[in-house]
Design a protein around this ligand. Sequence first.
Ligand code: FES
Length: 231
Amino acid sequence: MRVRFDIKRYDPEKDEAPYFQTYEVELEGTDRVLDGLNEIRWRQDGTLTFRRSCAHGICGSDAMLINGRNRLACKVLIREVGSRVRVEPLLGFPVVKDLVIDQQRFFQSYRSVLPFLINDEAPPPRERLQSPDDRERFDDTTKCILCAACTTSCPSAWGDESFVGPATIVQAHRFIFDSRDHGAAERLARLSGRSGVWGCRTIYNCTMACPREIEITQAIAEVKRAAVVGL
Ligand code: FES
């Protein structure tokens, strides 16, 4: 099938403003949007710039706006989107070039909630054990791949750069509810202001945007509750 790609281009060093450039590619319905982008870059226009790595929905590097929705280009089949595809960079962060956004603020926010296991007790001879129920408590949020699809779909994050955004709260949730971790109080203290969990207005865009189908709004509600009444 002949597929038309309208791709938002912008090189801050050369262009006064972003513009759309159109390309046509021959693809199968079972090809992915990422295959189309690769075809364009490899055979038509080597200046087209986008991130991708694993091509299997694991690394989170090719999140972009595809026909108006935040998706991973490697997870969207051409038969889902049809013969016209509009591709734009994620919203809310500066564009470095074409489909590549500057993720510095995103990862600064991520690091601010100490996204690693905190436990100063001497390690046991083998792994730190926990029950299946304790593991289940944070299972959903372990699926996050830091693609930024949630944070860049969130109107609260668009309107307030100090808001940490849903991805950061998801990462905090993953450790706050881990029975082996001792850093929950510190993380909850960092998230207890308006730039933390109370910046969330329960709009649900994040949950709808997540390519891993994490119940993000529910996870945020659980962190809000823990911030008020404790674990
Ligand atoms: S390229 Fe890794 S998630 Fe798509």
